[in-house]
Design a protein around this ligand. Structure first.
Ligand code: ADP
Length: 311
């Protein structure tokens, strides 16, 4: 066992249009860092950084704590560790903040304990951490945070995973409105059944969008993302979303989606387009619903990685 390990994992967009619960796209706007060291019996969390005071330090209620407990149980190791979480991502905005912590935590613990777990196993363990924030072990954000880039993670037994490295010219213009979406509400509004035509359209759009990204065709990718029935059901929970999307398209965006359950909204464009104008349009769209929004121009994010380990 090593004496110290620190890992970093970035924000991510879940669903990415028609890949409900299975597509994730890592985005480089912010990252969490997690350090792990041997300690007294138990798992002891300290949290610093962005909104630290609102994030639980009880390991069972924290995505990073819960993910590390799952990893230790799998490895048959009794908990006796300190976990320091430094938040760079913003919790509760729909950009995979709890996932970034969980992903960084399992990557750090894997390095400390020299387990060499696969990225698929690390994703499943980090997803256990998501139970702390979402109540379910959903894999879309943690898969993206762990693998980086665009990930399709089908949580079957065994899981099926495919990754796509998006073209370097992909830009993701993000608007973070000053509103919150309650995860329970966001699940409660989802339709519980789909019609055959809705299924066919969804399957076609999901496949076409992934293939377009793999072919580095950003325009085709953007054109396949909008209009999923799940996103449509959530639109009423995010005032200004429809106006922001429409405004972004007028400013040249190639497609615009809700990030996970929202409220963060993501517009797609290429590096040779005016991303600042698209950001301004998103902001104006939210302003029309009297909601302030912060905007960022992001790129596809890197995989979670160990940034320091000591023997
Ligand atoms: P996000 O997509 O930003 O993770 P969620 O709504 O899914 O947003 O989760 C936010 C909830 O998760 C908050 O109630 C927060 O207290 C809780 N949470 C638990 N652990 C963490 C963590 N390590 N980082 C961020 N939020 C966490």
């Amino acid at each position: 066992m090593k004496s110290f390990a620190r890992a970093r994992a970035c924000s991510s967009i879940g669903n990415v249009g028609y890949g409900f619960d299975v597509f994730g796209l890592a985005v480089d706007i912010a990252a969490d860092e997690v350090e792990i060291t041997p300690g007294p019996p138990g798992l002891h969390l300290t949290i610093t950084g962005r909104d630290a005071e609102n994030i639980p330090t009880d390991p069972d209620a924290n995505s990073a704590g819960r993910a590390v407990l799952a990893l230790l149980a799998k490895a048959g190791i009794a908990p006796a560790f300190n976990l320091r979480i430094n938040k760079g991502t913003r919790s509760g905005s729909g950009l995979g903040s709890s996932a970034a912590s969980a992903a960084a935590a399992v990557v750090a613990a894997d390095a400390l304990l020299e387990l060499n777990l696969s990225r698929t196993d690390l994703t499943l363990l980090a997803a256990e951490g998501e139970r702390a924030s979402a109540g379910a072990a959903h894999t879309d954000n943690v898969a993206a945070a762990i693998h980086g880039g665009f990930v399709i993670f089908s949580n079957e037994s065994p899981p099926r995973v495919a990754t796509v490295t998006p073209p370097a010219t992909l830009r993701i213009v993000l608007a973070l409105p000053a509103t919150r979406v309650n995860t329970k509400d966001a699940r409660a509004v989802l339709p519980q059944s789909v019609t055959v035509p809705e299924y066919s359209r969804g399957a076609a759009r999901a496949a076409l969008s992934a293939l377009a990204l793999a072919n580095a065709d950003i325009a085709a990718f953007g054109s396949c993302l909008e209009g999923s029935i799940f996103e449509a059901a959530r639109t009423k929970l995010v005032p200004g979303f429809a106006a922001a999307c429409a405004a972004s398209r007028n400013a040249g965006a190639l497609g615009c989606v809700m990030s996970g359950a929202g409220p963060t909204t993501a517009a797609i464009c290429r590096a040779d387009q005016d991303a600042a104008a698209i950001a301004a349009a998103l902001k104006a769209g939210f302003a029309s619903a009297k909601i302030d929004a912060e905007t960022f121009i992001a790129r596809s994010g890197p995989p979670a990685a160990v940034i320091e380990a000591r023997p």
